[in-house]
Design a protein around this ligand. Structure first.
Ligand SMILES: Nc1ncnc2c1ncn2[C@@H]1O[C@H](COP(=O)(O)O)[C@@H](O)[C@H]1OP(=O)(O)O
Ligand SMILES: [Mg+2]
Length: 333
């Protein structure tokens, strides 16, 4: 089941990773100080256009819920940015789509989502801060049918074989999960190849003390202090590993960390479906569990946001109850 969708999603994410790597290699380190976000903006738009265009050709009846829209790019003052985006998309394809075609592909991603039918979900570059720092980021593509995630691919172009290793030219992994079929991983190095897919599984450890957990780098996205209190309450005493993007879900899926906690410092923040759909199935098909902070399953039927959920707890299953209980105690649920 979903064989052609799986093959499509893997190759689309691989092509997207090539765009990201090319754009990222042009980021001058001094631009980090100038807070120049243009590289991530170019790659964000170009990846959404590329994947949306490929989807329109291969699965024309499927809608797309993507993070980006083309309004900003259509403005007269955005001509230079627009030209860079179009050039990246043209370089990634055998034909030369016009500027209007590229903008229309981006706008195809403005679907509403919801409880019925079949649609794809795309975060073209998840973890934009990590992308700019040349650290971790992910291309996240998922397929949802009648509110259930059926397929997810995470492309992590900078993820090393283990988090203890530095990232380098050999880094890069793709993760793919299909409902009922488990999760697989393959090397996706900068040379453009995709290695053999092999099954991965979460850690079987139920010992919180020896367990490693992961969390956001950005304290604006996740409250480090409160998460440390939860971890302490759950007796997870190890130092957390911090990394950007849904690469966190990947580290849980491959057994490297046992838990990913996400608690926004802004209690009214609504998590977006493109930040979690692919990651959720990658973890659950590897044997893990993903809920919100109250232990409720993620509800993908509510449109572009996870309006019925708050925060995320993703674990190896064995430690899930313990983390949910500790969260309730610390947050006073
Ligand atoms: N206040 C917030 N709380 C939680 N997540 C946030 C917040 N603001 C932005 N984000 C999202 O966090 C994600 C990256 O998280 P991480 O730190 O795990 O890499 C981004 O997709 C970003 O969404 P957006 O792209 O809309 O800004
Ligand atoms: Mg994101």
């Amino acid at each position: 089941m979903l064989e052609s969708e799986k093959e499509f999603a893997l190759s689309a994410v691989q092509a997207a990773a090539a765009i990201c790597r090319r754009v990222q290699s042009g980021i001058a380190l001094d631009s980090l100080d100038k807070k120049d976000r243009s590289p991530v903006t170019v790659a964000d738009f170009a990846v959404q256009a590329l994947i949306s265009g490929l989807l329109a050709e291969q699965f024309p009846d499927d809608a797309l819920v993507g993070e980006e829209g083309a309004d900003q790019l259509r403005e007269a003052s955005a001509e230079e940015l627009r030209n860079r985006v179009v050039a990246e998309v043209q370089a990634a394809r055998d034909d030369d789509p016009t500027s209007e075609t590229v903008l229309n592909w981006i706008d195809r991603g403005q679907a509403a989502g919801g409880a019925q039918g079949r649609f794809w979900v795309l975060d073209p570059i998840d973890g934009t801060k990590g992308f700019l720092r040349k650290e971790q980021y992910a291309i996240a593509l998922a397929l949802i049918e009648n509110g259930q995630v059926q397929l997810g691919v995470l492309g992590c172009p900078n993820l090393p074989e283990s988090m203890d290793q530095p990232t380098g030219p050999d880094a890069g992994y793709a993760f793919v999960a299909v409902k009922g079929q488990g999760t697989e991983a393959a090397k996706m190095p900068a040379d453009g190849t995709l290695g053999e897919l092999s099954p991965i599984a979460v850690s079987s450890s139920d010992d919180p003390a020896s367990a490693r957990r992961c969390e956001s780098v950005e304290s604006g996205h996740a409250s480090h202090d409160e998460m440390a209190q939860i971890a302490e309450k759950a007796q997870m005493t190890g130092e957390p590993v911090r990394l950007d993007s849904q690469a966190k879900y990947a580290t849980v899926a491959r057994g490297e960390s046992v838990a990913y906690l996400r608690l926004s410092p802004d209690a009214s923040y609504t998590e977006k479906i493109w930040d979690h759909a692919a990651g959720e199935i990658v973890v659950t098909e590897a044997g893990g569990v993903v809920t919100d902070l109250l232990g409720k399953p993620l509800d993908f039927t509510q449109g572009r946001g996870l309006v019925n959920n708050r925060g995320i707890i993703a674990t190896n299953a064995a430690l899930h109850e313990r983390v949910v209980r500790a969260t309730a105690e610390v947050l006073g649920f």
